[in-house]
Design a protein around this ligand. Structure first.
Ligand code: AGP
Length: 602
């Protein structure tokens, strides 16, 4: 996730852009840059670091011109450094652009452009777009035509801001699967990834839809369909948010915003890994001995990974809490081992220590990480990114479901490489995964009823979360979310374990959250729900089968999907229950007591 802000009008563009970038910093903050134009010349200043620091160091506020575009970056391709920061430009230096998203087919386009003599400065996927437009311009009648022709070749997600010296009065903005909004002013216009970037100047906004672009001058704008080139009529929305509300895109907390971002985040995780997953799967197929190390929510993702690897690739990984792995496995890990480290921050002390141990012992280390350029990516031999964008709330939400997405892709591809599962089943599973963002959207519609449910449970002191098979980690994760932000005691366990002790704790009204999707163990779950109800428990079930109604006090109806994909989908209502309980109990879910986003000490 990155932030884009563009301005054209009568003010010094750099001032508007720097203020906008500050408001977009939550979308990414590893590097930033600005391009402005005056008298047919482009001025570009960019570098790695935070906006405030760069503003002083690079003199952002001294840049000339009344039109320009800025960018704050959350790296996806290419480490965060001065060269990879946006804007990126073409060989002639006449076209500059900024990008939010991932170009899946950039490698093949880059190769083609290299063979035509283009020279690249950066490692980014973004730079190919500038060169591709430059290339298309040679045989196009207008810049707009060249831009359209180039963009039609791109696969992936992209929001773009584009400036061209040949057309001194305009800017171009494009949206495909990454957000972009126009801000309509009086004798000036704006565009940004998000409304807060321009809200202090105008509250009149036009939300571009996917595959639309806008041609914006200081006094006009026109929105067109990227595929047909035809003009699209767009309504102007009057935004009623305050600035503070707008930074959270109207959500009261970052956590809720991040929960709602999951459809987009999962899509980006799929797109962002589509090209690399095969190579990684081929590499890890060489290892029979697999360890997965992680902490907290990432550890739960690892447990889901274990079920996926077992079922699909017939490999049985050992999943270990990284703080234990360091001391218990040092003589078991060796050069025949693969260690998969899962960490959103890439900075968790115990996980890093486990990775270093694995490296010392000669093991191959694969990291699944959200933060590009973090320590974990520097230690690992191979890295897969989750592409969730920055997560500000301490509770992991979108980073968890994107970790699960990447693990699912990896298990599917590993099964292909090893020939351990039927190809038609793997294809169907892949299709199912592609449909998950839409299903998550439908699950988010339960939000209000989950809030009402939370209201009825606000005074309960203990919760139990139960599941079987691949739903056991979902139960653990549901309980962890509840504990960390609502401060209610919760236990997650395998439903089979109930009778072996915890059942003694069930009495009238104790909530038992049963994760009960269709699948191998559904019938057994029915038995566990019956035994819980018989002890007076208040059973809340999550599932896709009608008979759950009879067995539950509350049924959260879930869409049907393959059992192996349910951990992604079922995490969402559990996050919402925890969120609402936290808020109803007067807690700040973004900053739970005693906890930090990255645990950088042991
Ligand atoms: C989960 O909501 C927590 N924030 C925590 O358990 C977290 O998952 C854990 O600290 C691991 O962090 P990491 O993924 O950054 O390594």
């Amino acid at each position: 996730m990155c932030g884009i802000i563009g301005y054209i009008g009568e003010r010094p563009a750099c001032e508007v852009i720097v203020r906008g970038l500050k408001r977009l910093e939550y979308r990414g903050y590893d590097s930033a840059g600005i391009v402005t134009e005056e008298n047919g010349e482009l001025f570009i200043r960019k570098g790695a670091g935070r906006i405030d620091e760069l503003t002083g160091k690079l003199g952002f506020l001294e840049m000339p011109g009344k039109r320009g575009i800025g960018h704050t970056r959350w790296a996806t391709h290419g480490v965060p450094n001065d060269i990879n920061a946006h804007p990126q430009r073409d060989c002639t230096g006449k076209i500059a652009l900024v990008h939010n998203g991932i170009i899946e087919n950039f490698a093949e386009i880059k190769e083609e452009l290299l063979s035509k003599g283009h020279r690249f400065e950066s490692d980014t996927d973004t730079e190919v777009i500038a060169h591709l437009i430059e290339e298309e311009l040679k045989s196009s009648e207008s810049f707009e035509e060249a831009m359209r022709r180039a963009l039609l070749r791109l696969k992936g997600s992209f929001a773009l801001g584009i400036i061209y010296t040949g057309e001194p009065d305009r800017l171009y903005f494009v949206r495909n699967e990454s957000p972009l909004v126009l801000g309509i002013g009086d004798g000036e216009n704006f565009a940004a990834s998000d409304v807060p970037a321009f809200l202090e100047y105008t509250n009149r906004a036009i939300f571009l839809d996917d595959r639309e672009y806008a041609v914006v001058t200081k006094d006009s704008y026109v929105v067109k369909n990227l595929d047909t080139g035809e003009t699209v009529e767009k309504p102007i929305h009057e935004i009623e948010w305050t600035l503070e509300m707008a930074e959270k895109a109207g959500f009261p907390h970052f956590m809720l915003k991040e929960i709602y971002e999951q459809p987009r985040a999962i899509r980006d995780a799929i797109h962002g890994n589509a090209d690399v997953i095969r190579t990684v799967a081929e590499e890890i197929a060489k290892y029979e001995k697999i360890f997965i190390v992680a902490m907290g929510t990432s550890y739960h993702a690892g447990l889901v990974g274990k079920y996926l690897f077992q079922r699909l690739a017939k490999r049985v990984p050992v999943v270990e809490d990284a703080s234990e792995f360091r001391y218990e496995f040092d003589d078991l890990v060796d050069e025949d081992s693969l260690v998969i480290a899962i960490t959103q921050s890439g900075e968790t002390a115990d996980t890093l220590a486990a990775m270093k141990l694995a490296k010392r012992k000669g093991a191959k280390v694969l990291a699944i990480v959200n933060v590009v350029g973090s320590m974990a990516t520097r230690i690992a031999d191979l890295t897969l990114y989750t592409h969730a964008g920055p997560e500000i709330g301490v509770a992991a939400t979108k980073t968890y479901t994107t970790q699960l997405t990447v693990l699912t892709m990896l298990a599917i591809e590993l099964a292909r490489v090893l020939g351990t599962a039927d190809e038609s089943y793997l294809n169907a599973l892949e299709e199912g995964l592609n449909a998950i963002p839409e299903l998550v959207e439908s699950v988010l519609k339960h939000d209000e009823s989950l809030r009402e449910l939370a209201e009825s449970l606000v005074d309960r002191r203990d919760f139990f979360y139960i599941g079987r098979g691949i739903s056991v980690p979902t139960a653990l994760e549901g309980a962890l979310k509840l504990k960390e932000i609502s401060y209610i005691h919760a236990e997650g366990l395998s439903a089979g374990e109930l009778k072996h002790g915890p059942l003694a704790l069930l009495e009238d009204g104790v909530p038992v959250v049963a994760i009960a999707p269709s699948g191998r163990t559904f019938d057994k779950m029915v038995g566990n729900m019956e035994e819980s109800r018989a002890r007076g428990a208040f059973v809340i079930s999550l599932g896709d089968r009608g008979e759950l109604k009879r067995l539950s006090d509350v049924l959260i109806e879930m869409p049907e999907t393959d059992e192996l994909l349910t951990p992604i989908l079922y995490a969402v209502p559990l996050q919402l229950i925890a969120y609402h309980l936290a808020v109803l109990r007067g807690n700040d879910p973004d900053k739970p007591r005693n906890l930090a986003k990255s645990v950088t000490v042991e």
